[in-house]
Write a protein that binds this ligand. Structure first.
Ligand code: ZN
Length: 162
């Protein structure tokens, strides 16, 4: 199977499948066939291997979007951030489960897959990654002003997975 076909079939848009150069260890998302970091690009042909990004990263910069694009009307204001993943690539995405006033540079986040938008009357639904705040080591994060998130009533010892 060709590398390109492998990437198509892994559905990189949904599972954060990237590519890692086995020559210089650079990581790319979306995946590339040739490594632009290698001094001799052609020598990296065939040396880029699929890698699954963990989805963990931290906010590099962000903006609060008040004017929604068509299809996003219900979500303003929302947070759009650049997130540097622990593997290296910088991803752009919406940060959810966090009030706009709580976003800050350096915030640790994790990519999750959510419905992004519905398109027209046909109701075509697009899915993609969004970022949610990563819980602190003690399993808590500061309140976000969303009382429907029952953090306080979670049973002791229950997994903090979301
Ligand atoms: Zn390389």
């Amino acid at each position: 199977m060709s590398i390109a076909r492998f990437w198509r079939e892994t559905g990189r848009r949904y599972n954060l499948g990237g590519a890692k150069c086995s020559v210089c260890q650079s990581v790319y998302f979306p995946p590339r066939a040739v490594c632009p970091s290698c001094a001799k690009h052609r020598h990296s042909l065939g040396k880029l291997m699929p890698i699954q990004l963990s989805g963990d990263g931290e906010v590099v910069t962000y903006s609060i979007v008040h004017d929604a694009a068509e299809g996003f009307e219900m979500q303003v204001p929302y947070i759009l951030a650049l997130v540097r993943t622990v593997e290296g690539p910088v991803l752009t995405g919406q940060v959810v489960d966090l009030a706009p006033e709580e976003i800050r540079i350096g915030l640790r986040v994790h990519a999750t897959f959510r419905k992004l938008r519905e398109e027209g009357k046909a109701g075509v639904i697009h899915y993609g990654y969004k970022f949610t705040p990563t819980f602190d080591a003690d399993g808590r994060r500061k309140p976000t002003g969303t009382p429907e998130a029952p953090l306080a009533t979670a049973a002791p010892g229950s997994p903090a997975s979301a």
